[in-house]
Design a protein around this ligand. Sequence first.
Ligand code: ADP
Length: 274
Amino acid sequence: PRLPDNQVQLSARMVAYGDGQFLLTVRDVTRLHRLESMRRDFVANVSHELRTPLTVITGYVETLVDDDSLDPVVHRTLESMEFQAERMRRIIDDLLTLSHLETRDDGVAEQTAVPVPALIGAIEEDAHMLVTERDLTIRVEADAGLWLRGARNELHSAFSNLVTNAIRYTLDGGTITLRWYADDQGAHFQVEDTGIGIPPDHIPRLTERFYRVESDRSRARGGTGLGLAIVKHVLQRHDACLRIESVPDQGSTFTCDFGQARVLRKVAPVASDN
Ligand code: ADP
């Protein structure tokens, strides 16, 4: 949230030395806070402003590309322009999603009841065409009565980013497993793939904006480099965290851990005779 002009932001840290002594450090982070909110506004404004001209360009290109009488070289050039414009649209959309997530006032997601099993079903259905084309198998193991308190659109965006990544970084013929289950810690959404995996030293940096292990593969498969940054923000707003386990050339598992406070149990209505 934006800091009013007449307020300052302080950051305090206390260290206990065990012998009854404490060290308290207080830092004035007002300037940092203001710069950070200027950066967020700037990114949001630029993304918003770029959208309109891009829509116009895409419209012209789409009209031209449909013309059958075009020289093949011109046609290929237009198709490439269409592809790049679509890539740019995805980056702008992801940047806007990220800045919306960052600028929500209280930083905490709403608490509506979200039917996660239905959400997973919808995500699986959206992926159906891609999965069939690439001979991938998607398995779903979901606890039907397990729901979450949260923001449906945000959770959809986070979960579908993880599924899209699993598809993107798994070779043809591989398997992706989606799990939704509860234990005594809380509820967990897990995406496991048999894909290319991630070298261990890259794992801590994956949720940074535009961080990619292999830029070429990510770009060629339609990645923006912003997906996991979106996942991280959505989870933070749901007091949840992301766990990443991976073995190069064997596969990866991304798990979203939600605490008990967000878990909801829905019992299916029992049919009665009267
Ligand atoms: P991108 O749009 O490039 O996929 P993300 O933020 O979603 O961006 O992911 C960041 C990087 O993490 C990717 O570029 C890729 O290198 C790596 N990555 C993400 N998911 C997977 C996965 N399931 N398997 C292997 N690598 C992955």
